[in-house]
Write a protein that binds this ligand. Structure first.
Ligand SMILES: C[S@@+](CC[C@H](N)C(=O)[O-])C[C@H]1O[C@@H](n2cnc3c(N)ncnc32)[C@H](O)[C@@H]1O
Length: 335
């Protein structure tokens, strides 16, 4: 016999409390998010193995990943847990600030499950939380709508937009929180930057942006130490990289000033820094909200991206970096 809607919602509430609990161990978080993914696919009867769900959507400002890959993001454990916690904290703060009205949250790139807000419908009532949901992939938004319909959560949804969030003109700008999670490590390929620019510039100055800040750094990596770090059971006593400097960062203030945001930046790498390792990588870190961070290596979104070898026989290296927008967004380096 199929469970009733209230039984299904009780299961979601139980999963949510485990995701948010500080008592949940890493192994328990893995089990919880496996159960969450099974829950999400079972409720909507989504067969992710069908080939149609593996087709990416190519946009003018980057790639919108296919339903299957967007669904897999749930499994990026620390990412999922930290984003949901950050969004919960931001909603609590916005409610404290203005208890008389619901918090309006705009979520760009919901994927097939609106993963980063769906659990919070078990924490907040519809009179506290109203959602504006944007997704460009038709199959993903169709599935997300079906999920909300089946769980009888439509009273949380102010509007669904099957649209490109990097170009959409928002019909409703009464938004307290804007959540954008359309990115890969090093802000590669996906349109996070273009979406943030488009949305932030249409919204009130006091809007809360999540992630609050994304920073990219250039680092020199020592392959041997990196190998030891990944294979040793003992906690490493020293880092396998040295940070040369920040090469890009995006937050609300510079998103309002794209010219400044997209300026090229120069770094001088000295002999000690160059001698530390053998290759250059981009390291990503994020402040999601308040004291919630995603640090280097904690998630697929913050794994280092190798960009080249450290040139031999040089005592100094000037590197310039510039973030390029367009169909294939990325940090571009000149050594
Ligand atoms: C990395 S997935 C993350 C899915 C979901 N936010 C999660 O956390 O599990 C990014 C999602 O954003 C969508 N997306 C990418 N670019 C978009 C755009 N320009 N407008 C709307 N949605 C977009 C993709 O189709 C995909 O579903």
């Amino acid at each position: 016999m199929r469970p009733s809607v209230s039984q299904t919602k009780a299961q979601l509430k139980n999963i949510t409390s485990r995701i948010l609990s500080s008592e949940t161990s890493f192994i328990e978080l893995k089990d919880t998010l496996d159960e969450f993914k099974r829950f999400l696919t079972q409720v909507t009867e989504l067969n992710l193995e069908a080939s149609v769900f593996s087709e990416n959507v190519h946009l003018k400002e980057g790639k919108a990943i296919a339903t299957k890959w967007a669904a897999m993001c749930v499994e990026d454990l620390i990412r999922t847990q930290r984003f949901i916690s950050a969004v919960k904290k931001a909603i609590e703060d916005a409610l404290r600030e203005n208890p008389e009205k619901p918090v309006n949250l705009l979520y760009a790139g919901t994927g097939p499950f609106a993963t980063l807000v769906l659990p919070l419908t078990t924490v907040f009532s519809a009179s506290e939380l109203q959602l504006h949901l944007i997704e460009v992939n038709e199959l993903s938004i169709r599935n997300a709508r079906e999920l909300f319909r089946k769980l009888e959560l439509n009273d949380y949804v102010k509007e669904w937009h099957h649209a490109d969030a990097s170009t959409i003109e928002l019909p409703e700008t009464n938004v307290d929180i804007v959540l954008v999670e359309c990115l890969q490590h090093a802000l590669l390929r996906e349109p996070q930057v273009a979406i943030t620019l488009n949305l932030v510039n249409q919204l009130p100055t006091e809007v809360i942006l999540i992630p609050k800040q994304i920073r990219l750094h250039l680092a020199v990596v020592n392959s041997k130490l990196q190998y030891e770090f990944h294979t040793s059971l003992e906690p490493s006593s020293h880092e396998f990289y040295t940070i040369a400097g920040e090469v890009f960062s995006i937050e609300k203030s510079n998103a309002r000033n794209p010219e400044e945001l997209l300026q090229s930046r120069k770094l001088q790498l000295d002999e000690d820094t160059l001698n530390f390792g053998d290759h250059l990588s981009v390291f990503t870190e994020m402040k999601l909200y308040d004291d919630v961070f995603l640090n280097f290596n904690e998630s697929g979104l913050t794994l280092p991206l190798t960009i080249g070898q450290v040139p031999g026989n040089v005592k100094q290296l000037e590197v310039s970096a510039k973030y390029l927008m367009g169909e294939d967004p990325r940090l571009d380096f000149t050594l």
